[in-house]
Design a binder for this molecule. Structure first.
Ligand code: NAP
Length: 234
């Protein structure tokens, strides 16, 4: 049994991941800003905290050994480039990068203590493949990819692995405004070579693998879960 911390355990990919990991018998700790949803995730313990702007006191309640950390908060702030404000750019950076940095910094002693541990971060397909109106989120997620590889190098000798998942459009509350009509859903599905949009379980299953013993020789990777859109022409 592993002790695993999911920041963003009550929605979308993080929620599905919490269900998968709990079903595998792991002890899963979850964090989100809002209270645990009534149909909330299967976490053993939930902490209400803002990982980006709040205190991280919940770490005091976690076990001394942490075998895994997943940082799920993200943003999809799509705007024409000239309409992006300083605030837009900084908000995206704080949510995607700074939040991950401060949580990882706090977790390092407990991850080291475990002897072997995995950290999973989230990028987006829009870093490796240019897409209009994605400048702000792609810039932030590009930083997440750099962070992933840098930390993978820095902590390999401490037994801590860092990997990132780069999803394409996935049916979660975060993407709701992009999928709120049948027409939008159909055209989004048709854009993907595999003919559908992502399910929360697509990315969650990869995260679970990256945290598992079977994934223990993988570090410094950014892996697409994107229906082929990041690398294929159909
Ligand atoms: N869905 C997509 O189409 C898509 C595509 C590409 C990349 N991604 C990336 O995949 C990751 C997961 O996305 P998702 O769609 O599953 O997102 P989601 O449905 O919005 O879930 C995000 C989770 O993070 C929590 N959260 C957000 N800000 C937080 C904060 N400051 N402190 C603590 N918890 C916070 C949310 O709960 P609270 O709001 O209660 O805090 C929620 O539980 C994100 O990084 C996203 O950028 C998603």
């Amino acid at each position: 049994m592993k002790n695993l911390l999911i920041i963003g355990s009550e929605s979308g990919i993080g929620k599905r991941l919490a269900e998968m990991l709990s079903a595998q018998g792991h002890q899963v700790f979850g964090v989100s800003r809002n209270p645990r949803a009534e149909d909330g995730s299967a976490v053993s313990m939930h902490f209400e905290a803002d990982a980006v702007n709040g205190d991280l006191d919940f770490f005091q309640s976690l076990p001394a050994e942490l075998h895994g950390l997943v940082y799920c908060p993200g943003s999809i702030n799509l705007r024409p480039f000239t309409r992006l404000s300083e605030q837009d750019i900084f908000n995206d950076f704080r949510q995607n990068v700074w939040g991950a940095v401060r949580v990882i910094q706090k977790a390092i002693p407990q991850l080291k203590q475990a002897g072997s541990a995995g950290v999973v971060l989230f990028s987006t397909v829009a870093v490796g493949t240019g897409m209009p109106f994605h400048a702000s989120v792609a810039a932030s997620k590009g930083a997440v990819e750099g962070l992933t590889r840098s930390l993978a190098a820095e902590y390999a000798s401490s037994g801590i692995r860092f990997n990132a998942i780069a999803p394409s459009l996935t049916d979660t509350p975060l993407a709701a405004s992009l999928l709120n009509t049948p027409q939008k859903r159909e055209s989004a599905a048709a854009r993907h070579p595999l003919g559908r949009i992502g399910k929360h379980s697509d990315a969650a299953a990869l995260a679970a693998f990256l945290l598992s013993d079977e994934g223990s020789w993988i570090t410094g990777q950014v892996i697409g879960v994107d229906g082929g859109i990041g690398s294929l022409r159909s």
